[in-house]
Design a protein around this ligand. Sequence first.
Ligand code: SF4
Length: 350
Amino acid sequence: MTRKIKIGNITVGGGEKIAVQSMTNTKTTDIDGTIAQLCALRSAGCDIARCSVPDRESADALKEIVKGCDMPIVADIHFDYRLAAAAAEAGAAKIRINPGNIGDKSKVDYLARFLKERGVPIRIGVNGGSLESKFGDLPLDDAMVESALGHAKLLEDCGFYDTVISVKSSNVKATVSAYRKLAAKCDYPLHVGVTEAGIYEKGLVKSSIGIGALLLDGIGDTIRVSLTDDPVKEVHAANEILKALDMYRGAYAEVVSCPTCARTCIDVKGIATAIEEYASSLDVKLKIAVMGCVVNGIGEGKDSDIGVAGGKDRSAIFKDGRIVRTVSNDDILEALKEEIAAEVKELENK
Ligand code: SF4
């Protein structure tokens, strides 16, 4: 079990629910734009968000940003321990910095003490693309693990243990292997992700495999899906990964739909998309199936609470695998919404 660490009002590690993270891609000095993006991330289900702090102006902007957003903010710092201290002073709930890059021990000591006094943890973020040259002879996974533990040791030498670690690369196999080795060697909470994963679909596949494999192993306390896209999509993807693994923190309505084939009688994609949108705000546990035909549909959807199985002109609405009514194909959407609303009411009254 990993140790518990507080990042603002969110606890990660020690068996807590997996926290979803993302990162803004606005200029941090654009205070309004950054707050707007953070609010969008929060509404999408993000728990913790990171902002780059490349200079003093960004650290100053962070003061306003943390006030404008109801979510712990992580300041991403490269090298400069004074900027890290300024970001913590501005209200950052965590600092991402690699202590080995800060400089001599007195600077690490200063920052560790400064952050410890304020209860601000550090994330050590090792990236396979920027490893120290001394690890050049090691395989990538081992090199990332050794690098991460080396950074952690610098903090431990200062009596600082409020550390979260990530060991990401764009290579899924090396990333998964590195996290597995790291998890066996330390009890720090792990921030899991595949970095530079790519544009939407490619990044989604790589992240789902990497993050999914690790979460199934019980490894990972907080996750980030890295996409070259709108960060809100990262949060949606992270939540879908958690839902697929039954690790999502809340109740939600799940829509399943058949892949369609020559037997398909109805617009499965259109209906499933509309129902997905209709059900996206429901916070009850409900499984809804949209199946293209009656031949296999009711059987395939029988573990669903509500569903439709398409017929030539009329389709069957079923509940728990039993047909409860048939409707004209033009009325499927309306009928499904009625049944869902009735089911939700019943669940809420239980
Ligand atoms: S449920 Fe029916 S339409 Fe859908 S894939 Fe199966 S057989 Fe084809």
